[in-house]
Design a protein around this ligand. Sequence first.
Ligand code: C2E
Ligand code: CA
Ligand code: CA
Length: 468
Amino acid sequence: MPDSAKKLSDLQARVAQLESERALTMRLAQTDSLTGLVNRGAFTSELCERLEAARATGERVALFVVDLDRFKLLNDTLGHHAGDLFLAEVGERLRASAGDGELVARLGGDEFALISSDADPARRAQQLLDLLTAPHAIYGRQVSPGASVGVAVFPDDAAEAGDLQRFADMALYRVKTRGGRRWSAFDAELRDENQRRRTLEADLRRGIPAGEIEPWFQPVVDAQDGRIVGVEVLARWRHPEHGLLLPGAFVPMAEELGLIGRIDEAVFEAGCACAAPWVEAGLIEQISFNVSPRDLLDPSFSRKLIGRLGKTALPATNLTVEITETFLLQDLALSRRHIERLNAKGIRIALDDFGTGYSNLRALMHLPIQTVKLDRSLICDIAKDQRVAKLVASMLHAARALGVRIIAEGVEEEAQAIILRAAGCDRMQGYWFARPMPADQMDDALRESRAAAPRELTSEPGRLRIHA
Ligand code: C2E
Ligand code: CA
Ligand code: CA
């Protein structure tokens, strides 16, 4: 072969190799490695393209979102490997059932989706449910976590891919909150809800800079002598039309919209301004703030918080940051860096809602945490169920061994307070002592509690108990 011909053929071979590598990289970037299905990113662009095409042909396109009902339980009881096997099986079943032109994707976790032009979305949804309810053997055990399905149809429900996805999600969410194991289609009820939500979102974007988010305060008392030793700061939204809103009505929405950081900031600033003087006057020693679990995924979270604290009159040693374990273990190294940075300044870390998840103990063992807040769901049965009382007593015992302070949350009855005190709980918080209140009432309560003569634990609920 002449030299130039050899060079040309080498070049062609090299180009072909690069092409095939590029195709592989593209495929990997679009594929979910566990199930081999397309991933969320690729799915979303495919949905956009199909809607574009359907606009031209006048075809209807149904979007199904599928979520397994009790997958977390399966994962927690049989382990992650079993969980992965099961997800792969679900992916396989969906792929096998996909008809002409249908596209199946894994959106993430235990969530899947299907695009279909099936003329009868209701029948197709029921088929998907039946498919996923059939039991599957893992490690010799028959498991069937069941599934829920939400459906939205183009162009009947939505004209854009983003809306179609959100509407199918809303339908899915409604089924889930009603117990799962069914399918549901986007309908007039959800359309109204969507409209209300849109309005509320706009209200929140306007309301945060307008100063409508305010800090409320709930006392934390010493379990042994009943003194108020701290406050937890809780966000409230003073909505111009709807009145005072609780976090349940706006915190999840703010998290979704990426506004939660701004809410936490507003609560922190205003909360410190109110509560720093109480610390300075020696009325309380700890102020706790809640931070969104999502904030922990931001590498600059701790540095920003320390910076913000520097602008207030509150000493770092009087500040507690309450975090839930949601994302704590997702990036253990990052969580540890945040916590150590805050600890180094003297800021305490409290693990919130302890006793609700499965991995709480792991967080406690692997991270330098100073306080644990026992969740209300544990406390509410403590006086009714001996076994719960024993469980809580052994948790208190374990925490003491680790040198961790325990705050019992949601104490609503005197009997609960007495049991907790006898079991050696450090601090308590709940309606039995006081409900959350605005700054001026908290100020009165603090001054009153200092002036009042000591009282026994036994008096009417809703009043602060001061024990001799
Ligand atoms: P949380 O941190 O677990 O706060 C305790 C919640 O329990 C508060 O609800 C409080 O009012 C309520 N509570 C206290 N004692 C009792 C009781 O004896 N019985 C009952 N049934 N409930 C009691 P709230 O104020 O509605 O807050 C709900 C959640 O919203 C908080 O749960 C927290 O996770 C979140 N949150 C509140 N403020 C903020 C904030 O500023 N930032 C962020 N990111 N989240 C916040
Ligand atoms: Ca909290
Ligand atoms: Ca809590």
